[in-house]
Design a protein around this ligand. Structure first.
Ligand code: IPD
Ligand code: CA
Ligand code: CA
Ligand code: CA
Length: 270
């Protein structure tokens, strides 16, 4: 068994265990929901309990590895060759409202490059897995991106960052522009599921700003291994720390990138 396969298996064990925690807490949060500082930026007892389970599994198997986890922050030297990026509950707002779009996302960066990704949607019991050179799967069956090659025939998905009230750089204009050019733009509220859905062809492309590494590391390798393309908005190599991502089936990449670079101001829609 290759080392990457071992990493993938352990990440899967952690994601499935975390999924059990999320199913257990669903609908039972009562007052165990707080805001992290910004309006709408929630954290719940389920986020924390899920993260504890993931940390326990990864630390038991890989005590030398470092971790970047949404609720615990930086654990270990972040320059470590092996860095796990963990989102124990991606889609917390959905989860708190019992809206069924949330996931566990566990990705591994090796020397800064996404190499392993597991995204588990416990509500629908869907497991997405990928590792560099090993392909991408949903429930252990190979998945591929869609073949849609015209924006006018595409379905896209995006998201709005928590700082949207504080900055005019908030994706509203992009949303309007692309809603007019496509068959539709969805907003699921779970970045990792958005990427998983690009990977399996349910949507043709995804873009978003204001993301953190734990939102996207797993999804990046999943889309790439499913045959898609992941870059910065302008098509240049992705820098994860910028928080901006463009992920598509590849066929739409240039046209979507082109449109993102020439979005009319919001006032154009009034
Ligand atoms: C959020 C979700 C959402 C995206 C936000 C993320 P969280 O993660 O992925 O879809 O639009 O930018 O922060 O807080 O639910 O883990
Ligand atoms: Ca997230
Ligand atoms: Ca989260
Ligand atoms: Ca969060």
């Amino acid at each position: 068994m290759t080392q990457l396969q071992i990493f993938l298996d352990i990440a899967t064990e952690a994601a499935l265990a975390a999924g059990v925690v999320l199913k257990d807490y669903l609908g039972k949060l009562e007052d165990a929901v707080t805001e992290k500082g910004r309006p709408g930026d929630l954290v719940t007892a389920a986020d924390k309990a899920s993260e504890e389970v993931i940390l326990e599994v990864l630390r038991r198997h890989f005590p030398q590895h470092s971790i970047l986890a949404e609720e615990s922050g930086k654990l270990g030297n972040q320059d470590n060759q092996y860095l796990w990026a963990i989102d124990p509950l991606d889609g917390t707002t959905n989860y708190a409202h019992q809206y069924p779009a949330f996931a566990v996302s566990i990705g591994l960066l090796i020397n800064g490059v996404p190499q392993v990704g597991v995204i588990y949607d416990p509500f629908h019991n869907e497991l997405f897995q990928a590792a560099a050179g090993l392909g991408a799967t949903r429930d252990r069956h190979t998945i591929k991106v869609s073949q849609t090659s015209e924006l006018s025939k595409s379905l896209l998905v995006t998201g709005f960052a928590y700082d949207r009230r504080e900055t005019s750089d908030n994706n509203y204009a992009e949303f309007c522009h692309l809603t007019h050019l496509t068959q539709g733009v969805r907003r699921s509220g779970s970045a990792s599921l958005d990427l998983a859905h690009v990977a399996c062809g349910r949507v043709d492309g995804y873009w978003e700003r204001g993301l953190s590494p734990w939102d996207i590391v797993a999804g990046i390798i999943l889309v790439q291994e499913a045959g898609g393309k992941v870059t910065a908005y302008d098509g240049s190599p992705l820098k994860i720390e910028t928080g901006r991502i463009l992920a598509t089936n590849g066929y739409l990449h240039d046209s979507l990138s082109h449109e993102l670079l020439q979005v009319p101001p919001l006032s154009a829609w009034k």
